[in-house]
Design a binder for this molecule. Sequence first.
Ligand code: ADP
Ligand code: MG
Length: 510
Amino acid sequence: MEELTGAQLIAEALKAQNVEYMFGIVGVPVIEVAMAAQAVGIKYVGMRNEQAACYAASAVGYLTGHPAVCLVVSGPGLIHALGGMANANMNCWPVVVIGGSSDQNQETTGAFQEFPQVETCRLYSKFSARPGSLVMIPAVVEKAVRSSMYGRPGACYIDIPGNMVNAKVDQKTVRFPSCCPPPPVSLASNLEISKAVTVIKQAQRPLLIVGKGAAYGRAENEIKELVELSGLPFLPTPMGKGVLPDDHPNCVAAARSRALLQADVIVLLGARLNWILHFGFPPRFSPDVKLIQVDICAEELSNNVRATAALLGDVRAVVSQLVDVLRSDTWTYPTDTVWWTNLREKIASNAQISKALSLQNSLPMNYYTAFHHIAELLPKDCVIVSEGANTMDIGRTMLLNYFPRRRLDAGTFGTMGVGPGFAIAAAVLEKAQHTGRRVVCVEGDSAFGLSGMEVETMCRYKLPVIIIVINNNGIYSGVDKETWREMEKMGDMTIIKGTGHQSVKDRTQV
Ligand code: ADP
Ligand code: MG
């Protein structure tokens, strides 16, 4: 009789589901889980904080389309990971969090780090469960991995009580589900496709919006075909950048506000009408805008703005459907319309403004000047991690992306502190794949401070990450000279000075 421990069952089950990476912090009761995972060939990265570990695991999910695991200890360990789970779930990125918990026979007694973990995780995930017994572990792991990827991707949680980790069971009594197939591909209904094509053809001022759902859904070739066949202008969302190159002639990112405001038909490809896109509401959008929406999640359709055509399905497959119809109709949007002239004018004038700003050589250096020089040094194909307030906003326009899934930022949840974890994930993948692609983190000083200790993780694993901190010495926008003087007058500056802060005069912006 061959016996397996709970830890081995978890490891074998993850391996069977093709999970390759695990990020976490070990301690009682999950030490053996990490060891068993390593024994079956899963690459384990020990981080400094569970939150960053969860950011890293979820970034692997986004970059590869397959979830990684975040492994945490009970109570506080799991609670630290909640920020990462929420961020992944909001971003629609797959991740599986495995949390150790106190022994079942001590439940309700005030056990070490006892906490209602399964209930807690329910709000932060699309699936949260504890296997009913050892033999159920592989099935629950399969379900978590599958649920994280199928439908709208997101976070899943598995709870493992300490007593299950080292308990043993006869291998023959365990059912090991095989690796779950990639998510089934769903197509939009033909009726909605013809509606969409009719509306696109009648549009005076059409606009495609490319979101991170399109990046996640690997729709780059299909969207390229759509844009090049139809001649339509497109606008990427922050993480939709790079699905098509930012320097593509049809990219109207530099006329973003005008494009959103004046478009009469918008085709939304894997992007939500949430705060990032001003909800699709006036005054940022035309009140009469017609919306053609492509999304894998039925509940997302018609959110905030009623969709004229609701294309429920996988963005890559649905864009192919659109391309097929447009090609057979041999239709293209003319290049000499008033709309194109209008957008091009705005692009040219905005380009002049940011060029003038980036050539300024004032001290302290302004963001545009800093980004101008950073952009000059960046290789075309690198992963750019970007977070901060102005650092991220201005970085979005100044740092171009030429390839899909090369930009990682604060995302839908606007989470600061994701940068180092994301960079670790990207660097671990690049190292494993030997691409030689650089990972460059451009961080606001405040955002960097939230997870700065992960620099130690980068060093320990010799991960090739470049971090640039745009330092205005402050949370949000820092303090101006006047405020600083006021603070000095108030007398509490002695403490700050005593901790080594430079005076306002000495500080440079970068
Ligand atoms: P952005 O921040 O770029 O606007 P969002 O995260 O708001 O992007 O929106 C992404 C959308 O893409 C989500 O509504 C999600 O359901 C959807 N999505 C994710 N994967 C796919 C896919 N394969 N096909 C279609 N839609 C997808
Ligand atoms: Mg700052």
